[in-house]
Design a protein around this ligand. Structure first.
Ligand code: ADP
Ligand code: MG
Length: 503
């Protein structure tokens, strides 16, 4: 356990509320399309416009996705769940209320587990409930008017609410990333943060350790992990500053401005009572049979944590590696393909989560864009684990594979595997490629000894100085020997041989 992370002697407390737009084709209570980016108001029906007499009809696909989420986080799926009206006035909400869930949400409890700097964390969920998204106000500055676009109105949302379990902005971001992984993995949300498909409200408070929870301020609508981190860090510093200056924190809803990097109050916070929640008489209680839940469970894709457990069990990987490899379906598939093609699991894991992840991060892409395929990787790792060359050669070879196939320079075409006693023998071809690229290490001690003898003969003065105890002169000899082998010798071996020769 790391010690509690205190900021200037204060403990940070964060709870997140995440709105995820569900991937249904049509809206939660109408048949209008949910597709993003259409002309304003072309994807809104009478229900979304709130025309008198139009009645909502529940979209079964939205409920199914909520069930899938509940199963993915080990939550309880309510037997019966109720929709409520949340009343408030806003131009993009023509009904004057949002249909949401209040007392009995579909998903109750559950937890999300993830690693933060190698330490396992678990954040408890309070609930996840279904609701409808609102429309959007469009401010047309050039004509000095604002308009309302109701295309987004009625898009199904699952709002996922945590307990105030997080103790740093880094932990809150790690949770949000894990949640993003889960909802995209099971396919209930496309995860597109720029388009607003996944947006977080961060509730932040601070307190002296051991004290009761401080008053929170809620930062609304954070739609990138970077902004989320910046907004929370600013807010934490601001709250501590206020308290240190003798002020008290007022509960409030605040907005983050990415241009200034600051949060500012939008309105004082409403209480539940302000919304005058009551059950929506237009919608009957939602009854979810256990048969339906079991059917959904049986049809669900293998979950990341289940897959991670399988990787630990079947491939003997450490839990941490398994967690890293199941960050995305594509990464997990790449790993399993490499292993199926003959790579040793732990070695494949090291390369995928190390060298490959680093390179992909540098070019801001993911494993699907890797110029080295899982087969290529296995082709290289098999002889590496047999000890036919060492890691430094492997790194150079990998670099050539990566660049060669990427840019066309020094392109390597993989030699066709040759049949050897009924099984493919790809080992020779790897060695051939290493030779042709001049990457091989000099392991022939006889040859190396001869080179060293030449170096000693040609540097008599240095040799004398070494004998007189000058370590600089010794290093110069090592350098000379490495140069004579064009860098192919193993420096440790050169060191040892020189020491032996010089006594
Ligand atoms: P509301 O529905 O009014 O926003 P909730 O009690 O449902 O209020 O809490 C909303 C979120 O705020 C939850 O994620 C919860 O964990 C978090 N939260 C509650 N109290 C605090 C606090 N003192 N500090 C930080 N987060 C908090
Ligand atoms: Mg809230």
């Amino acid at each position: 356990m790391t010690a509690n992370l205190l900021v200037n002697g204060y403990e940070v407390v964060i709870g997140l509320e995440t709105h995820t737009q569900l991937t249904t084709q049509s809206k939660i209570f109408s048949r209008a399309s949910t597709a993003f980016g259409a002309e304003p108001n072309t994807q809104a029906s009478a229900v979304d416009f709130a025309l008198p007499g139009a009645l909502p009809v529940m979209n079964k696909g939205a409920v199914q996705r909520a069930i899938e989420f509940g199963l993915a986080v080990n939550a309880h799926i309510a037997e019966s769940s109720v929709f409520a009206r949340k009343n408030y006035f806003y131009p993009d909400l023509p009904k004057g209320y949002q249909i949401s869930q209040f007392e009995i949400p579909v998903v109750q409890g559950g937890s999300v587990e993830f690693f933060l700097e190698g330490e396992k964390k678990s954040v408890r969920l309070v609930r996840a409930h279904l609701e409808e998204d609102a429309g959007k106000s469009l401010h047309e500055d050039f004509i000095g008017m604002s308009g309302i676009d109701l295309n987004r109105a009625g898009t199904p949302l699952l709002e996922i609410v945590t307990e105030p379990d997080m103790r740093s902005s880094a932990e809150a971001v790690a949770y949000a990333k894990e949640l993003h992984k889960i909802v995209t993995w099971i396919g209930i949300c496309d995860g597109n943060m720029q388009e607003g498909s996944f947006r977080c409200d961060a509730n932040v408070s601070v307190r002296k350790p051991g004290e009761p929870l401080g008053t929170r301020r809620e930062i609304k609508n954070l739609n990138s992990f970077k902004f989320m981190q910046q907004a929370m860090d600013y807010e934490i510093r601001w709250q501590i500053g206020q308290i240190e200056d003798g002020h008290t924190i007022q509960q409030a809803t605040v907005l983050f401005d990415p241009d200034t990097g600051e949060t500012r109050a939008m309105r004082t916070k409403e209480d539940a009572a302000d919304y005058r929640y009551f059950p929506d008489p237009d919608l009957p209680p939602l009854v979810i049979s256990r048969e339906w839940v079991e059917q959904v469970r049986s049809e669900m894709t293998e979950l990341p944590r289940v897959m991670a457990a399988r990787f630990v069990r079947n491939y003997g990987l450490p839990e941490y590696d398994a967690g890293q490899l199941t960050q995305s379906k594509a990464t997990a598939a790449y790993f399993e393909n490499a292993v199926a093609a003959g790579a040793a699991p732990k070695l494949a894991s090291n390369w995928i989560t190390g060298e490959i992840a680093r390179r992909l991060k540098n070019q801001d892409s993911d494993i699907t864009a890797s110029p080295v395929s899982a087969d290529h990787l296995a082709w290289m790792l098999k002889p590496l684990s047999e000890g036919l060359f060492d890691n430094s050669v492997a790194k150079k070879l990998f670099d050539s594979l990566w660049k060669g196939i990427n840019t066309g320079y020094a392109a390597i075409t993989l030699p066709a595997p040759t049949m050897n006693g009924g099984s493919f023998d790809t080992t020779t071809s790897v060695i051939e490629v290493i030779r042709s690229l001049g990457l091989e290490q000099m392991s022939d001690t006889g040859e190396l000894e001869k080179i060293i003898a030449d170096v000693l003969a040609a540097n008599a003065k240095n040799v004398e100085e070494v004998r007189a105890g000058n370590t600089k002169a010794f290093n110069a000899l090592v350098g000379q020997a490495m140069k004579a082998t064009q860098g192919k010798a193993n420096p440790a071996q050169v060191n040892a041989l020189l020491k032996k020769k010089l006594g």
